[in-house]
Design a protein around this ligand. Structure first.
Ligand code: NAD
Length: 345
């Protein structure tokens, strides 16, 4: 029998070329009078400064110290910056790292977030937060951290390097894949996952080949939004494994990309409906191989050994996954995970 609960909190989404120019107007809608802009260092900080300028009197400062996986000390520094600035709102600009730090601050201080995403992570569309403490990544969900508004400006992604586009696109594709067996899946989330997959299949190789292809960039950003919205329905082996490996210090999006074809081979063997839907979106009767072939064209690491994975941690990772007792679409034992990691290594 079909049974589901579709319960999605409201979120305003503005998508347009040069949408960045609407930042002040969107901040005003959220009643921000002293917004702290949260970004990553380097080019992220330069973009953050542009937002400070666009927000004018509504900006209380720029905190460009976000790093991937939000280590606890980074979250603490962000909280302190929000306190010192007496911020009444947060503008997160950048990839999942900047949005993740804004979420950590929002959760503690009850501030609203205006997100301006520049990668395909999809974090802006979820109430999921993550923090790392030593070698463990902790994730949870809290309605407070879901950005109230997302401002998508595809122009901001034109300078995203091919390797970041590829890895972050694969991260988003992983959200679509697991949407088909997520416990919280609904007809809506499955339809969105198919649609996102279809857009990525057609446009991700194009943006990796030519980052200046504005039409393909816009399509990928739409797909990233859709992929992000389905992530909240739940995940399975793939995301759990990526989180465990992320806690061990591996790069987030690249790790997703490397393990995805391996997890797909394992899980799709027990998930005929997911296989059929992904196959339809990818135009292939072997979706795992289609994703592996796409990955091979991309200028990113293809194996865990290329991203500094310490092989001696295989048993630790396998035990962590076995302890999570993943059931759908099939149980994954420590032995299953060990074989998968050896293949991906
Ligand atoms: P990221 O935010 O670290 O960005 C990757 C790199 O690209 C950074 O060096 C950044 O400065 C650079 N960059 C970003 N946008 C750019 C642009 N437009 N032009 C040029 N350079 C640009 O990585 P990510 O893959 O976006 O996000 C990964 C993080 O997001 C992880 O911490 C992951 O756990 C988290 N995440 C969270 C969720 C969630 O729902 N909570 C979902 C997906 C990912």
């Amino acid at each position: 029998m079909i049974a589901f609960t579709h319960d999605v909190p409201p979120q305003r989404v503005v998508f347009a070329a040069r949408a960045l120019l609407h930042t002040a107007e969107e901040a005003e809608r959220l009643n921000f009078s002293r917004a702290l802009i949260v970004a990553t260092p380097g080019s992220g900080a330069r973009l953050g400064q542009r937002l400070v300028d666009l927000l004018g009197a509504r900006a209380a400062g720029l905190h460009a110290q976000a790093v991937v996986h939000v280590p606890k000390a980074v979250a603490a520094a962000g909280l302190e910056a929000a306190r010192v600035a007496n911020a009444d709102g947060l503008v997160a600009v950048g990839g999942g790292a900047a949005i993740g730090l804004a979420k950590a601050i929002a959760r503690e201080r009850g501030l609203k977030i205006l997100a301006v995403p520049t990668t395909y992570s999809g974090s802006e569309a979820t109430p999921i937060f993550g923090l790392t403490d030593g070698e463990r990544k902790i994730t949870g969900r809290d309605a407070k951290v879901l950005p109230r508004t997302i401002l998508y400006d595809p122009d901001l992604t034109l300078g995203l390097p091919a390797a970041v586009s590829a890895a972050s696109g694969m991260n988003a594709i992983a959200h679509c894949v697991e949407a088909f067996w997520a416990d919280g899946r609904t007809p809506v989330t499955m339809a969105l996952a198919s649609e996102a997959m279809r857009r990525f299949a057609k446009n991700l190789p194009a943006v990796v080949a030519d980052g200046a292809d504005a039409a393909a960039r816009a399509e990928c950003l739409v797909a990233a939004w859709l992929a992000g919205t389905v992530l909240a329905a739940g995940t399975g082996l793939h995301h759990k494994l990526a989180h465990v490996l992320g806690g061990l210090g591996l790069p987030h999006a690249e790790t997703h990309a490397i393990i995805l074809p391996h997890v797909m081979r394992f899980d799709l063997a027990a998930a005929p409906e997911a296989k059929a839907r992904l196959g339809e979106a990818l135009g292939s009767n072997d979706p795992a191989n289609a994703i592996a072939a796409m990955l091979q064209q991309f200028p990113i690491p293809q194996r865990l050994r290329e991203v500094g994975f310490d092989r001696s941690k295989i048993d630790f990772a396998a035990a962590e996954i076995a302890a999570a007792s993943i059931k759908t679409p099939r149980p994954a034992s420590a032995d299953d995970v060990r074989s998968l990691l050896v293949a991906a290594y």
